[in-house]
Design a protein around this ligand. Structure first.
Ligand code: NAD
Length: 260
């Protein structure tokens, strides 16, 4: 489906991003991986994807909180693949604290990684996408892009902002064959959420089991974590020709959390 297409997936050394990168690769796209982690493990994943799907996979260690590194990553993707057709803005971090204790540096880091990195990437890939009259921008926000929970001021603000950015890009680039959509997942059991279970337990003063049952999945009518593969399938659809007329949407895949 994506033969001769190339993609950058930010935050793809783990969790949702890795699942999306794998699904794009399975469908024939060359992929630029990005994110932090153990160098050997990342190289293993990179080589395995190349071998399994017969495509090119590169890795960039760019820190999404650093605009210069974001731009370098995009430039390298252009050098390696000749173009960038698909961008998945997925890198994200969480910080959980009551507003009066919320550290300024944490606010800045969440904003930089979860929101500003998307701005810098989109800005850098837009000229090429416009010129080729094709582009797929897929932003991974959250149910927290549509609703709020206590103690997550920066995350909720950044994710709402990401949806706003995506909608703006959608109207700006619609006539150039470039779409921009946002996926809003409910809770997915990735390393990010494993860490949150412990943080939330501390913030709420309850056990980890109670966090899962009474805090995380309390709003998800389906009462099950979302699977990475389900989100990856949605990203593949959004990147496909079948989604050419879908742009500016914020699609909830949240087990019925934000339907009320
Ligand atoms: P994760 O922690 O498993 O993966 C996050 C990825 O981002 C990793 O590859 C990590 O190395 C990378 N990353 C973190 N900081 C970075 C930086 N400064 N520069 C480059 N890469 C960086 O998390 P996940 O659960 O897979 O989350 C992926 C996205 O999905 C995030 O934007 C998150 O907000 C969103 N999301 C997650 C859930 C969930 O329940 N897990 C729900 C809704 C939305």
């Amino acid at each position: 489906m994506f033969k001769h297409k190339s993609a950058i997936v930010t935050g793809s050394t783990s969790g949702i991003g890795l699942g999306i990168a794998r699904a794009l690769a399975r469908n024939g796209a060359d992929v630029m991986l990005n994110g932090f982690g153990d160098a050997q493990e990342i190289e293993f994943t990179r080589a395995e994807l190349e071998r399994q799907f017969g495509i090119q996979v590169r890795y960039s260690s760019a820190d999404m909180s650093r605009p210069d590194q974001v731009r370098e990553m995009v430039a390298r993707a252009h050098d390696e693949f000749g173009k960038v057709d698909i961008v998945v803005n997925n890198a994200g971090i969480q910080h959980v604290a009551p507003i009066e204790e919320f550290a300024d540096e944490k606010w800045d880091a969440v904003m930089a990684i979860n929101l500003s990195s998307a701005f810098h990437i989109i800005k850098a890939v837009t000229p090429g996408m416009k010129a080729r009259r094709f582009g797929r921008i897929i932003n991974v926000a959250s149910a927290h892009g549509l609703t709020a929970s206590p103690f997550k001021s920066a995350y909720v603000a950044a994710k709402h902002g990401l949806i706003g950015l995506s909608k703006t890009i959608a109207v700006e680039l619609a006539e150039f064959g470039v779409t921009s959509n946002t996926i809003c997942p409910g809770y997915v059991k990735t390393p990010l959420v494993e860490k949150q279970i412990a943080d939330q337990a501390r913030a709420h003063g309850i056990s980890p089991e109670e966090v899962v049952r009474n805090v995380m999945l309390s709003h998800q009518a389906r009462k099950e974590f979302i699977q990475v593969e389900e989100l990856a399938a949605l990203a593949v659809f959004l990147a496909s020709d079948a989604a050419a007329s879908m742009t500016g949407t914020a699609l909830a895949m949240d087990g019925g959390w934000t339907l009320h």
